[in-house]
Write a protein that binds this ligand. Structure first.
Ligand code: 9GP
Length: 839
């Protein structure tokens, strides 16, 4: 280690100063100071956004000391580090989370109050960075929170999209997309680091040459170069000093102008390259579980992967660690196949730029990477046409061919009598147009491969990745997803969290298994009463919000039945809609029928190009329009589609739910994480045996979970027998009535054509087997309605759900990754504490 120049070492902070102090007076002073010096406003003319910004900077200042100390400690110790490569990080708002993690939420609330401001209003101001689509990106964010909390050295690497996930509006029942200008009011949480920018080569061709030592080498002559500029965000753990880094790359032209073109008067031509280069980080692709195979998407992938790997090499050089130890210094987790090009890129960097031999580079690469698979859906598996690859990444294609040839030699030796294994396992799909199969590249180049729930991992082994499992059984393992209780309980449900802490102390926030202790309060009448009251109050608040924003009155005593997630056929929001129509039909047939009053709430975005998903949104709205104003219904049913579902909004929704809809076709939902967040907040689940539902049910007890529907095996068997949805339609009178009512134009002002495409698909294909599960779902929903009437029983079930959710903390998941194959231990960060005696 080099000894730093003593003149540049900051003296330890000995007094409670405006940038680090945590007492209320200091917080107030710092806030006003930031309002003046950073926002350039005085209170008379400041907007709520100015106040939010001033507070955000006040909090950011308090992170910086911890953040820099964390970086310094890792540098000094040369700590082994997890690099989490993800095309998406769906972070959610920072301010509230940072207040919780710093332990100053209540004090800041009071400080703001003393200044005549309301903390809740300021928190509402924050525009969240929606840099992800759904589960995959949110999981990455939960994992970063847990890594910081567990004091695990880590860096999250991704893309700083200028436009994140689109804003959703609903017009005439249809989804409308609007661009998400999340940076428009300023983003106080990041620090740009232009000095660590790196070049990324694109296109061109390769040349072979012999170097001065007589070695055969390849040189890549790119068509152009794009610069990646890192933007860092500190991510503080809960009640620790660790603040890890999220490093997002923004694309910038290598030269702002093409001066030749500029000088010859072609101004537009001169800025063209700048625009093309900067497009790379312009927008997040709004697809969840669908790969569209667009050129710009491949560019985004190589862009952030190359930047990140070059950054790791820079870090090693800075710490004077020889590159041969790359795999000892870093473990690189690939979040799905989006970063899988990293396998070829690391090979390129080690061989072409750092003169390693193939064997040495391959040894390092295959001990560095690990791959998480997040889906079995065939439409989500990424493959890139060879021609596109050759155009954009000619050197990578050569390397992939070489990796593949060597790999196929192993396959040949392993299966001498089974030549079909070669084409099945090849990284290159040659069955028609030729493609690079990214999942195969990830499997061959990784030391570990995991699914995200027990069933999902089993299905991967039996299905999509079966051949790889046979060849490398030891690489495969399961890591059931988890979510952070800091955001999804402490921050989003402070009242429930306080009630829990009053009974079992505060440790559960970091050791979620401790929630088990709540079981001894399940028969305590005070606790039950308080539990019920909290839920009721939160439901009432949501009802007020809905009244104000949608003009619809909902009854807080009704059962809040919520399905909030991306809109996708496999998630079956339309099965839920069929139940609503069924209930409605019963009311129409017998207006005095006894039914449990319910409020059906939906939230979620559809990929803009996914027509059926958009039609499902329209259907839900259309049903709501009729049901909500039919006097026969007498307020027993309400149906609402809540627009622009986001992390911020999710935090409001989970605590208000009585029933959580997790009704995907078995075998299709890899894990789900919303299912965990609902249950932690005291919602009961109605669900299939899919993804993590299975494990949730195991944990909470089958008597505390509403199970229905076919198992994954039954789904396959039924399909194999020849599934005919039309038979179900004809033989089930309630199903027929529901479908016929939609088809009749009843919900579409008489338009019979509107929903026909959706109904046709259901009646004649029904890929996701709604009809086969319909009756089981209806029966189970009816049963839910009955149980809800039994207030004591329901309360008992919800308390037991909360008490038994310990397994689903992302802390548990991260501990498992660390122990199993990351092989990383905590590195505590020490900082001098402020102490008044030191003044
Ligand atoms: O669809 C899965 C979801 O089930 C899972 O919970 C989430 C996180 O592991 O990943 C989703 N997959 C994707 O978004 C794309 O593969």
């Amino acid at each position: 280690q080099t000894v730093p120049d003593p003149r540049l070492v900051c003296p330890p902070v000995r007094v409670e100063d405006d940038r680090t102090g945590l007492n209320i007076e200091t917080l107030k002073r710092a806030f006003l100071d930031n309002l003046f010096y950073i926002q350039g406003k005085f209170p008379d003319i400041a907007t709520q956004n100015d106040y939010y910004m001033a507070l955000a900077y006040t909090v950011r200042d308090r992170l910086l000391k911890r953040w820099l100390k964390t970086a310094q400690t890792y540098t000094e110790q040369g700590s082994r580090t997890v690099c989490y490569l993800s095309a998406e990080f769906l972070l959610g708002p920072h301010l509230g989370k940072n207040l919780i993690n710093l332990g100053i939420y209540d004090d800041v609330q009071q400080a703001m109050e003393e200044l005549g401001l309301d903390l809740e209003t300021l928190l509402e101001q924050e525009e969240e960075p929606g840099l992800g689509n759904g589960g995959l990106g949110r999981l990455a964010a939960c994992y970063l929170d847990s890594m910081a909390t567990l004091e695990i050295p880590s860096i999250g690497y991704g893309i700083r999209y200028e436009y994140g996930i689109f804003e959703q509006d609903i017009r005439d029942g249809w989804q409308i997309e609007r661009s998400d200008k999340w940076l428009r009011s300023g983003y106080p949480w990041e620090v740009p680091r232009p000095e660590w920018s790196v070049p990324v080569k694109i296109g061109g061709h390769t040349e072979q040459y012999t170097d001065e030592r007589g070695r055969f080498r390849v040189r890549w002559v790119p068509h152009h170069v794009v610069m990646g500029v890192p933007h860092d965000t500190p991510l503080l753990g809960y009640q620790v000093n660790t603040a890890n880094t999220l490093r997002l790359w923004r694309a910038e032209a290598a030269e702002s102008f093409d001066f030749d073109a500029f000088n010859s008067g072609d101004y537009v031509g001169a800025v063209h390259e700048k625009m093309v280069s900067e497009n790379i980080s312009k927008v997040l692709y709004p697809n969840d579980n669908i790969s569209q195979g667009k050129e710009l998407r491949l560019l985004q992938q190589i862009f952030f992967v190359s930047c990140s790997l070059q950054d790791m090499i820079r870090i090693m050089e800075g710490q004077k660690i020889p590159l041969e130890k790359f795999h000892e210094k870093f473990v690189v987790q690939m979040n799905d196949t989006h970063p899988a090009i990293a396998v070829a890129e690391l090979m390129r960097l080690l061989i072409d730029d750092h003169c390693m031999t193939w064997d040495q580079a391959w040894g390092i690469t295959t001990r560095t990477f690990a791959y998480t698979n997040h889906t079995l859906l065939p439409e989500a598996l990424e493959r890139w046409p060879i021609a596109l690859f050759k155009k954009l990444l000619p050197r990578h294609l050569e390397l992939i061919y070489e990796i593949n040839q060597r790999f196929l030699d192993d396959v040949r030796i392993r299966y001498p009598e089974q030549p079909q294994m070669l084409s099945q396992m090849s990284i290159i799909d040659e069955s028609g147009e030729r493609y690079v199969r990214m999942a195969h590249l990830a499997c061959v180049g990784s030391m570990a491969i995991n699914g995200v729930a027990a069933l999902h991992t089993e299905l991967l082994k039996q299905g999509v990745l079966h051949d790889f499992y046979e060849m490398y059984p030891k690489k495969f393992n399961n890591k059931t997803n988890g979510v952070t209780p800091r955001r999804f309980m402490v921050l989003s449900n402070p009242r429930l969290s306080r009630a829990i802490t009053e009974r079992i102390g505060p440790n559960w926030v970091k050791h979620l298994d401790e929630l088990k202790k709540l079981e001894s309060y399940v028969d305590d009448p005070n606790f039950r009463q308080e539990f019920r009251q909290i839920k009721f109050d939160i439901k009432q608040e949501l009802a007020t919000y809905i009244q104000q924003n949608y003009g619809v009155a909902i009854n807080p005593n009704s059962l809040f039945d919520i399905q909030a997630k991306r809109i996708h056929e496999y998630k079956r929001q339309h099965l839920n809609a069929l139940y609503i129509v069924t209930l409605y039909n019963r009311i129409k047939a017998n207006p005095n029928i006894e039914i449990t009053p319910r409020t059906f709430l939906f939230g979620g975005k559809a990929a803009p190009g996914y027509y059926t998903a958009k039609l499902i949104i329209k259907l839900i709205n259309a049903i709501g329009d009729v049901v909500n104003r039919d006097p026969d219904v007498r307020d027993r049913l309400k149906v609402l589609f809540l627009k622009d579902y986001s992390v911020k909004f999710a935090q409001r929704i989970y605590p208000a739910a009585d029933l959580s809809e997790q009704i995907s076709t078995a075998g299709k939902e890899a894990s789900g994480t919303g299912n965990m967040k609902f249950a932690m907040n005291g919602a009961l689940t109605i669900g299939t045996l899919d993804g993590a539902n299975i494990e949730i049910r195991e944990e909470v007890g089958e008597e505390n979970f509403f199970l229905f529907g076919m198992t994954a095996d039954e789904v396959y068997a039924r399909k194999a027998q020849g599934y005919n949805p039309y038979d179900y339609y004809q033989s089930n009178s309630e199903l027929k009535l529901a479908i016929d009512r939609i088809a009749s134009g009843f919900f579409s002002h008489g338009d019979r054509k509107l929903f026909q495409p959706l109904l046709d698909t259901l009646m004649h294909r029904d890929d996701y087997m709604l009809f086969a599960d319909y009756q089981a779902y209806i029966d189970c929903q009816d049963y839910v309605g009955q149980v809800f009437q039994d207030v004591d029983r329901w309360t008992r079930m919800t308390i037991l759900n909360v008490a038994r959710m310990g397994k689903f903390s992302s802390d548990r998941a991260i501990r498992d990754y660390c122990e199993d194959f990351w092989k990383i231990s905590p590195v505590p960060i020490e900082i001098e504490e402020y102490s008044p005696e030191a003044i």
